[in-house]
Every structure is written in structure tokens, then in C-alpha cells.
Design a protein around this ligand. Structure first.
Ligand code: FE
Length: 175
């Protein structure tokens, strides 16, 4: 890790000295060190649907009650639509009445990043995917027990992965 840090600082200095030429080398170093996904704006545009791009990369908000996962009651994991990072479990999903999928905690607190957000004349806490930096939604302190938190997440920023057990049970029923 120490060596990588050294390489990175060398890369920073090189980038500063030589401009763009070594920028991609620096980004590879950072992503290797932190396991973060770093893509250019153009790469994200190509990788995502226009709605996913608007939500995840431009901090958009989907229209309330419009999201495809709002009323999803299946058992499984909600992953980042940008990078597949597991974010929320169906076990922590609840109906908040807000119009956006709501969870009382993430699968792991290092799966997400929380950041102060003062946009739109409000003081809120933004929730981002730790791995790719994609904007997911906001967290509020009016959620249910046991955490008292409400992670209010754009449906379009998520993909749903059904649990293996549920998929097996469905398969058995079809036979
Ligand atoms: Fe992500």
C-alpha cells in the first residue's frame, strides 16, 4: 500500500507538471488503491441509460411515485445501477409514503458515502455510492427503528437482484 501511495503522489506531481498526458495513469493508480471506479463523463454517458446518467452523475431526482422499484416487495439486494455495488437489502426496505424507495440502513456503512448538501435552499445529507461516487438520494433522521434513519433513494439509481432462494422457489413452482 505504501508503495502505491508513493506511485500516486509521483503521478500527481507528473500530472501537475505535464498536464493531461499522465492523467489516465493517475486515475488507474487511484482506482487500484481505493478500488473506486473512475470513469470520464463520456464513459458514464455511454455506460448508463439517459435516466441513470441524469440521476447518478448529475444528481437528479426522479418524479415521486414513478420509480419501478418503489413497490417491489421481492427478497433480494438493491445494487448501484452504475457499478453493481450492493447497497441495500430488501429486509430494510419500508413504505415511507414519500414516493421513493426507502430503507432504514445500507447493507454496510462503507457501501455508501454521506455528504452535506445545501442545494435547493435546504440542509440535507446526500447519499452516494462509495465505489463509483454515483448520487443515490438523501438520508433523513425521521426513519423507523432500529436506526431512526430513512434512506430516500432514487429507484432509477438502483438495480434489483433477486435472492437465490427466492429465484429457486419460483423455479420450483413453475415446474
Ligand atoms: Fe456505484
Amino acid at each position: 500500500m505504501k508503495e502505491l501511495e508513493g506511485i500516486c503522489w509521483y503521478a500527481v506531481a507528473t500530472v501537475r507538471a505535464n498536464g493531461k498526458a499522465f492523467a489516465s495513469f493517475y486515475e488507474v493508480c487511484v482506482s487500484k488503491m481505493t478500488k473506486k471506479i473512475i470513469k470520464s463523463d463520456d464513459e458514464w454517458k455511454k455506460a448508463l441509460t439517459s435516466e441513470e446518467y441524469r440521476l447518478l452523475r448529475k444528481k437528479g431526482t426522479e418524479v415521486a411515485f414513478s420509480g419501478k422499484l418503489l413497490n417491489n416487495k421481492m427478497t433480494g439486494t438493491y445494487v448501484c445501477a452504475g457499478c453493481g455495488n450492493p447497497l441495500f437489502s430488501s429486509e430494510t426496505k419500508f413504505d415511507s409514503g414519500s414516493g421513493w424507495p426507502s430503507f432504514y440502513k445500507p447493507v454496510a456503512y462503507d457501501a455508501i458515502e454521506e455528504r452535506g448538501d445545501r442545494s435547493l435552499f435546504m440542509k440535507r445529507t446526500e447519499v452516494l455510492c462509495e465505489k463509483c461516487g454515483g448520487h443515490l438520494g438523501h438520508v433523513f433522521d425521521d426513519g423507523p427503528e432500529p436506526t431512526g434513519l430513512r434512506y430516500c433513494i432514487n429507484s432509477g439509481a438502483l438495480h434489483f437482484e433477486e435472492s437465490e432462494q427466492q429465484a429457486r422457489e419460483k423455479g420450483a413452482k413453475k415446474r
